[in-house]
Design a protein around this ligand. Sequence first.
Ligand code: SF4
Length: 561
Amino acid sequence: MSLRPSPIPPVPAETARVTRQAFPKGHPYLTLAATFGTLFTDELFLPLFPTRGQPALAPWRLALVTLLQFAEGLSDRQAAEAVRASLLWKYCLRLELTDPGFDASVLSEFRTRLVEAGAEQLLFETLLERFREQQLLKARGRQRTDSTHVQAAVRELNRLEAVGEAFRHTLDVLAEVAPDWLRAHAEPAWGVRYARPLTEWRLPQTAAAREALAVQIGADGFALLTALHDPAAPAWLGGLPAVETLRQLWLQQYTRLARPESEDDDGAPPMLVRWRTGAELPPAPQRLISPYDPEARAAKKRETRWLGYKVHYTESCDADRPRLITDVRTRSAGEVDSDALPQIHAALAARELLPGEHLVDAGYIDAGALHASREQYGVELLGPAPVDTGWQAQAGAGFGAAAFVLHWDQQWAQCPAGKRSAVWGTKQQRGQEVLQISFAREDCQRCGHREQCTRTAGRGRRLTLRPQSEYQALAAARDRQQTPEYRARYAPRAGIEGTHAQAERRCGARRSRYVGAAKTQLQYLLTAAALNLLRVADWLREQPRARTRMNAWARYCTAGA
Ligand code: SF4
């Protein structure tokens, strides 16, 4: 498909006349069309198309259809039907009333084109630019970020089902792309063993029988992998995604045992394979759990368990402008929130949309993040600062780190008993540089405050602290959050829960529509772009923002208070 950009036509006269008559009080889509025109142009999509081939459908229309589709939570088929049947869609797309639309498959092809060109952000960022031109969005205002869970578009499998399905899936792929090679290398027993999905079997009931089946599947997998990576096999077979997934899963789930020395090659025993125990498996953030979406991970947050991803939304929350999503980040479900923060700030900086004040919850905040946000990006990070977890601070009566006076320039510390530190130095701890301060053993052993300070016999008190700039940023954040002024500034953070709810209700965002991290990221960017459109339409039409709902009992209590 090639692209030959053509001028965007006006709304056909009959389409415009009928639509205005049908919507005398206006409609959000008509407001958007009047304010922004068509939002996209064909030129924007030129890098995505080859210069030769059959002419493609106008991508500005496909982009707009995609956003309307997400705004209304429709499937591809329903969206294609809406192009044919909806007056409003025809108006936005500048189509004649009699236009038959297009086949639903072009929407999937359009999304694939975006992902393959690495242009997932194109629609989302183009809209942000248009909103900024209209002064609906500004840099250095207030923004907030929160994450929520996303269920992958695959079913949950137990360990036995996962290895069985991974092997079966690889056979499926090989049967499709290399049937002759497979015919020469497949073992006859595989035809029976893997004829049906393991999820349809009644799996063995006893632990021993389940283990025996897992070992059999493991041996089959190793035999196939050995054949696939044999120098005589076509090299491209080893690079197939299904083969790579099988290889990684087998590394995680199995070990191959060395053949006993007494066995010689002539009387070769069957392949020795051991199914790893649960304790030997890699940690959850690295563990493959489905061959059909190798990037999905299992995770748990409080009472919620899920299999898939985590999406981080960042949105503006200035009182004088609409709430608009400024960044969307889809990450592995097992990743901690604070890992996403540097990427969020880097993306906002690239869009020239960094906030002045960034409201986040405790998961995003640590000493390093507080310091780096301010120094690198000029962003003040607001959120619950991590507490001192030492027993002294937790007890409330002991000498936590805050009880010591630190003389950074002279590199010594004074303890609450007035003693001077004996050692001031740095060391590496979990890949980070930390400051370690020690007091003399003789001072601490004679000290009358020892009970409140250290429980370690045989040596003086030790403090392990972050470097000066990070330590001071954390101490300032802890002090700041005690004030009523901080609580008032931080209060708008909770409003982002409404964005999760809106994305879920309007766009069905709790579950990924597609398989894989790249397409899931595209889905959430399109969801955010669609929500932004709806919010801007409401703002332009001066629709009051929905208030937080309160149940009857809460209203009653509030009224009686
Ligand atoms: S135990 Fe050591 S560090 Fe702690 S207050 Fe006493 S002298 Fe100071």
